[in-house]
Write a protein that binds this ligand. Sequence first.
Ligand code: CUA
Length: 617
Amino acid sequence: MRTKIFVLIGLALLIGVVIGIGCGEKKEGRTGARSDVQEAALKTYVAPGDMDEYYLFLSGGHSGQVYVYAVPSMRHISTIPVFTPYPATGYGFDKESKEMLGEFTWGDAHHPAISETNGDYDGRWMFISDNANNRMARIDLRDFKTKQILGPLANVSGNHCSSFVTENTEYVLAGSRFSIPLPKGTYEKAEDYATKFKGVVAGIAVDKTTGEMTLGWEVLMPPFNYDLGDAGKGPSAEWGFWTCYNSERATGLNDKFEVTSTQKDRDYVVAVNWKNAEKAIADGKFKMLGGVKVIDPKDAEGVAYLLPAAKSPHGVDVSPDGKYIIASGKLQSITTVFNLEKMLTAIQNKDFTGNEDGIPVLNYDNVKDAEVNVGLGPLHTQFDDKGNAYTSLFVESAVAKWKLGTWEVVDKIPVSYNIGHLCAAEGDTKNPDGKYLVAMNKLAHGRHVSVGPSQPESSQLIDIGGEKMALLYDSFTEPEPHYAQIIKADKLTPIEVYPKEENKHPQAIWDIKDAKVVRNGKNVEVYMIAVRSSFTPWQIEVNKGDKVTIYLSNIEQTTDELHGFGLNEYNINVVVDPGETKTIEFVANKAGVYPFYCTNFCSALHQEMQGYLLVKG
Ligand code: CUA
């Protein structure tokens, strides 16, 4: 009976999504939720020359990038290329970034996470996961550049439930959205999914000084779909949490996957104690799988537990005090609050109702504190500085504000339309700022002048400083933000030139006298300088078939003096920032004379900054 009711509710919600919600409101763009216009304008207007208070880092989804906006103006100020070449900054054209990107020309950038110290953003690095090619990237917030891409990660398939940093950035959490036969490369029939496919959750270790990532540990999991995660904090600092759907272990074999994977009333939140995972590895309780150490929880007690959660949960979010673990079942109208202390007691008392592949399932009634009736289609939760939680409601197209502890819903604001993630100012740290929240909505229709069928996403700025939430501003982004981070601007002090003494490129040169062309058989090395407003040398003469390597140094030490190097018909496009050296490699496989020129407007004589590649046939 209960199952039937849930199926009916699920169906009703799905129908709502398909036919009505959002679309029916299309023409209400101008009359929908709107605060006092003057008040909103005053709160978001940043006068010319003035600075915004916060940075907003939005994931760029399948664009593979990170978009940098400023709050409260919601102005787009930069794009950081991560998993995809980006001609605007020359990313993916020089040897160094090409090597980092490897064989892939795209990624699906999902969840950004700023590094933390004592549970607060420390502004050092930002990590972001690639759902498509199972990688993790690290951006250095000192220069807003991608510095490392780790992966594809062994055994991880669909790195979606990622990236979430532990309290002192000991680990970035990762895992498998899609279970597959392991190790990768193994073939099994889809009929054997339930027994021969496996998922993993993982901790990527981060070097405290350099930020360098290496794989720390992996835990073998049943063939469910691991969806999202969060790291504990304070009393729960040793724990990582992940939601999973499809505890039915279904495939699309007998009926549609969306039907067969939503039969049970409950799926799970996975709780992994990473200290115990470290200990299990140290005690030799692991096996090598895909070349890495993998813990099977049935052989390592204390590493993994399952908390039953409302079916098909999406987000799991830990409260600022670390005491509550909040999971939202997207097919229900409640969000479930688990109590850490009760979870620990249940583990101690072995208060289990069963197990999945040897992982104990905790007794739901004894670990939950509340089922909060937030509204339809709850997905993700963020927090403010006054003990409130904010949950996005996809089906209802709204944000619900509710009180931790009393569990009462105190306010709700409609958004346009169908919100996915939401992000409050430092809202996933130990010390949220309150003040602002950004709703990342999947549909923007009717809220902007038409741009044809390929429409932007809408990111709406909401004031959460008062008792009632107030909509301040409609902003738009290219597809497709999945989660964001909002950090106080004064926590970052980016450099604007690379200091000469920090340039460690072995072929960097700083004096025009040192510019030269060195021939070694068929290898031609060019030591080149770019400085307003010329390249030295300005001509490179080679023979057809020569391998050409250009070490291009921008010797400027002045802010905003970038130079570009575009080579006609050779598909070469590199940008060098002040003080930077990059390596350009290509084979001169076309005879003739090919101009190169500075692509980045640098001076009154920018147009004159040009030269020739002369290739003898
Ligand atoms: Cu250098 Cu334009």
